[in-house]
Write a protein that binds this ligand. Structure first.
Ligand SMILES: Cc1cc2nc3c(=O)[nH]c(=O)nc-3n(C[C@H](O)[C@H](O)[C@H](O)COP(=O)(O)OP(=O)(O)OC[C@H]3O[C@@H](n4cnc5c(N)ncnc54)[C@H](O)[C@@H]3O)c2cc1C
Length: 476
């Protein structure tokens, strides 16, 4: 039987990033992916500001930003105008147009470089768990033993179902057909004689046509044919416009479901396996990355045996709550769009064009509002901003301190010594021109602030270290 420390099911964005994070922390990790090859089509084309901020904490954002196309606003549905990202709580005040397939390539290369074993053409069919681990069975009968199993196997997750984790929510009320095709339709919205519309989105070498489906089949997974898409397009436009050379044909709806729990013993869920939501705000890849980034370091510390009690359960506490917010805001975006109500549109226009309203909406829709501690200093529980730093006479910046994926105690009043606190934590003394009100800050490996002081006192630091890092010596 093959043995590994953590088995990840699914090599999508969530699976690849969580595996890379585990491997960065020295955990032996294996991914099983049912597809023998990466699919030839591309679903998403967007990384949002929150994802870029997170990826930058591992040095992964810069290369992607150099390749992609920057748009200064957050993708949103149903709002009357664009939500500008300038002035929001991000180091990357833009959305990045980049194919999901390219993001997956970059994450896969990183996972492989860090030693992750990726077994393509391996479908996880079932598993059992006991006190010390999980035994998974692959479609070919092979068994894999691991201490933990992470289900990153998409919306129809086998892992979630086999673990008996409920997936409550609402079924789709409508479906849309999507075709990556060639045709002569103009980019943007095309309307037919009865006011119904379809969308034509430019993509590299083809266009993506999206149109609501009049009579979806009882089985929503029934394959979409070019004939079906053609008939729907012609019906909406009231004339025939030829669709050719289909690259990808599929159907999606506005179902919204959230796993009851993100952990069941030694089994964890991340990404679409844990939540599905209406197609608003182009958020799916981004939430998957956010989940994976939150889970990776916590699971690694648990496997290594250094995690404080309860650390792994904070994954459910933090990300299930985030999932609830994402379902709520994506459903709200669709509801506003569907209402077609002029007074509501006018209210939203006024909120969205007010600087504070714009900021709040942009941060909610992108997940930039993530804050895992509701009270205290404004930095507490939030992603620490990537401020410039001088460390031992060298110019650097905060995100670079996190590239190794370790907790960091950043001391911005270098007269003090934190040596006695240093077990399991990297202590960095620095100065910064942008943090005059911060004395010291404890950063979790994901860059979120676990403790902060504005002065020179250490009140609460011991408790924060015990909660997030584990046993540490008492200061002398
Ligand atoms: C048409 C469309 C457009 C989209 N556009 C965007 C966008 O612009 N921006 C955005 O952020 N999101 C977008 N999304 C959503 C996004 O694609 C998903 O949310 C994202 O891929 C989720 O990542 P994941 O890793 O959780 O799951 P997935 O990417 O679905 O990966 C799951 C993986 O698990 C594998 N798998 C499944 N079952 C098993 C098994 N039993 N054993 C082993 N492997 C298994 C699958 O083959 C797959 O590779 C779009 C989705 C669609 C359908």
């Amino acid at each position: 039987m093959l043995e590994t420390e953590v088995l990840v099911a699914g090599a999508g964005p969530a699976g690849l990033l969580v595996a890379a994070e585990l491997a960065l922390a020295g955990v032996r990790t294996t991914i099983v992916e049912r597809h023998a090859e990466r699919p030839p089509y591309c679903r998403g084309f967007n990384l949002n500001a929150r994802s870029l901020d997170l990826l930058a904490r591992r040095g992964l954002a810069e290369g992607l930003v150099a390749e992609g196309h920057q748009v200064p606003h957050a993708p949103a549905t149903g709002l009357p105008g664009p939500l500008l990202l300038a002035g929001t709580s991000t180091d990357h005040p833009f959305s990045l147009g980049i194919p999901q397939t390219r993001v997956e390539e970059v994450l896969e290369a990183r996972a492989l470089e860090l030693g992750v074993s990726i077994r393509r053409g391996h479908e996880l069919r079932s598993f059992t768990q006991d006190d010390s681990g999980v035994t998974a069975t692959i479609h070919n009968g092979q068994q894999i033993r691991a201490r933990y199993l992470v289900g990153c196997d998409g919306g129809r997750s086998t892992v979630r179902k086999q673990a008996g984790i409920g997936f409550p929510g609402v079924d789709a009320r409508w479906f849309a057909l999507l075709g990556d095709v060639e045709c002569e339709l103009p980019y943007g919205v095309s309307a037919g004689p009865d006011g119904r519309t379809l969308f034509v989105i430019p993509r590299p070498g083809y266009v993506r046509v999206v149109v609501r489906e009049d009579d979806p089949p009882a089985d929503k997974y029934e394959p979409v044919t070019l004939e079906r898409l053609q008939a729907q397009v012609d019906a909406v436009l009231g004339r025939h416009v030829e669709l050719r050379a289909p690259h990808w044909l599929t159907r999606f709806g506005d179902a919204a479901r959230l796993a009851e729990r993100y952990r069941d013993g030694r089994v964890l869920l991340a990404g679409d396996a844990a939540h599905i939501h209406p197609p608003a705000g182009a958020i799916g890849v981004n939430v998957a990355l956010d989940d994976a980034f939150n889970l990776g370091w916590k699971l690694a510390a648990t496997v290594r045996g250094t995690a404080p009690d309860g650390l792994l359960d904070t994954y459910h506490a933090e990300r299930h709550a985030a999932g609830e917010r994402i379902l709520a805001n994506t459903r709200a975006q669709v509801a506003i769009e569907e209402a077609g109500d002029e007074p509501l549109a006018d209210l939203m226009r006024r909120v969205a064009t007010h600087p504070d309203g714009n900021r709040a909406l942009a941060e909610i829709i992108t997940g930039l509002d993530a804050r895992y501690e509701p009270d205290g200093h404004p930095w507490l529980g939030r992603l620490a901003p990537d401020v410039p730093l001088t460390v031992a006479g060298r110019e650097t910046h905060l995100a670079a301190l996190l590239h190794a994926g370790r907790p960091v105690l950043l001391d911005l009043t270098p007269s003090r010594s934190f040596d006695a606190w240093s077990a399991g934590v990297e202590v960095v003394s620095a100065t910064s021109p942008s943090t005059s009100d911060i004395g010291a800050v404890l950063l979790r490996p994901d860059g979120h602030v676990a403790w902060v002081t504005t002065g020179t006192d250490d009140d609460g630091l011991a408790a924060a270290l015990h909660r997030w890092v584990g046993d540490v010596p008492v200061p002398v």
